[in-house]
Design a protein around this ligand. Structure first.
Ligand SMILES: *[C@@H]1O[C@H](CO)[C@@H](O)[C@H](O)[C@H]1NC(C)=O
Ligand SMILES: *[C@@H]1O[C@H](CO)[C@@H](O)[C@H](O)[C@H]1NC(C)=O
Ligand SMILES: *[C@@H]1O[C@H](CO)[C@@H](O)[C@H](O)[C@H]1NC(C)=O
Length: 331
């Protein structure tokens, strides 16, 4: 019935979007890509308006559970020397924060210009190919990216080149950079593209992450590279996972995309998401690769992508953040 109503541009259709998105998340027969694409078609045909009150309300919820402003990154302030820090996922395991680890931490939260006005969270979806969103992304005050994606060469006109913070999944260090043994120079050359950005690692999520994360820290430090290595606070991530669990996202672990989106909603007045597209095709039915740089499929069962995406769609229809679904308008 939506398809018939679409041409009429009925305002009621736009008013019901919130209910429509929520009802998709409650569907018992699971996730259907076509249901999502139809709702997204409707969402795109309705005007988007920032709702400052909704944003404040949601930000207050996040601040009371998680408080990214103080707790998102491990700092000397929030983690005194001598702390026995519990891991995020293997929470019965602890790491003792002695002087040498403590000295890797920044004194306090390093986000000097908080709150930021306009932030871009750039996901890695193939939907960014030929999007021409690069210029718009680069105009943002703060640009978040995930897992060391390429930003140089021809792709920069689609994904931009500005980066203020980029997450690093420890598995990329072992797989792509051979644990920084043989491929240290390649790594240093690749991260040079991010200027003086923060490299953010989940050093204290799994015990197996710690060594690789510290290795990144020392590699960057010894080479006097401009990037600054920081670590996700495991307690922040645990509380964030509990928060999203109350909304129905019960994955083994949140994706870095949702972690960073949650941080951005707390740190920024305006948040725009690019390259978030967990579907195999566009609304016009053309195939989309999983990433803009390869077509590797996600690990099954690790994240709960449909549930996560549903929450992000809800934030979009509530006017808390804006998802860019299609090509960017060139001014
Ligand atoms: C951390 O653990 C060590 C060894 O189990 C213990 O001696 C120390 O008191 C603990 N520190 C704190 C702050 O609980
Ligand atoms: C960029 O695009 C041009 C023309 O489309 C092509 O000749 C060139 O090889 C590309 N460069 C890179 C780095 O992919
Ligand atoms: C996006 O670009 C990558 C790398 O050139 C390519 O492998 C992929 O197929 C492209 N995807 C789309 C949807 O054009």
């Amino acid at each position: 019935t939506y398809l018939n109503e679409k041409s009429l541009q009925m305002p009621a259709k736009c008013e019901n979007l919130q209910d429509d998105v929520e009802s998709l998340s409650n569907k018992i027969d699971g996730f259907s890509e076509d249901d999502y694409l139809q709702i997204i078609t409707n969402i795109q045909s309705c005007p988007w308006k920032r709702q400052a009150e909704e944003h404040e309300k949601f930000r207050a919820q996040l601040a009371s559970c998680c408080d990214a402003v103080e707790n998102f990154i491990v700092s000397k302030n929030n983690t005194p020397v001598g702390t026995n820090l519990s891991y995020e996922v293997e929470s019965r395991k602890k790491i003792h924060i002695g002087e040498s680890i403590f000295n890797m931490f920044p004194v306090s939260q390093p986000f000097m210009d908080y709150p930021y006005n306009q932030c871009a969270v750039v996901g890695n979806g193939g939907i960014l190919n030929k999007s021409l969103c690069g210029a718009e992304i680069d105009k943002s005050d703060f640009v978040f990216r995930c897992n060391l994606p390429p930003t140089t060469g021809n792709i920069s006109k689609d994904v931009g080149s500005k980066t203020n913070l980029v997450t690093v999944n420890p598995s990329i260090i072992s797989i792509k950079y051979a644990n920084l043994k043989d491929k240290k120079a390649v790594f240093l050359k690749d991260i040079a593209a991010y200027g003086d950005a923060f490299l953010l690692l989940p050093a204290f999520s799994f015990r197996a992450n710690t060594g690789a994360s510290f290795k990144v820290y020392y590699t960057v430090k010894k080479s006097k590279a401009r990037q600054k290595v920081v670590f996700f606070h495991p307690k922040y991530l645990r509380q964030l996972a509990l928060f999203w669990r109350t909304k129905g996202v019960a994955a083994f672990r949140l994706s870095s995309g949702l972690m960073i989106t949650s941080v951005a909603v707390e740190l920024c007045e305006n948040v725009k998401l690019y390259g978030f597209w967990p579907f195999s095709k566009t609304v016009e039915d053309t195939p989309v690769s999983h990433h803009y740089y390869d077509n590797q499929l996600p690990k099954q069962g690790f994240h709960e992508m449909p549930k996560e995406y549903n929450q992000i769609l809800q934030l979009h229809v509530k006017g808390i953040l804006k998802l860019q679904f299609s090509k960017c308008e060139i001014a």
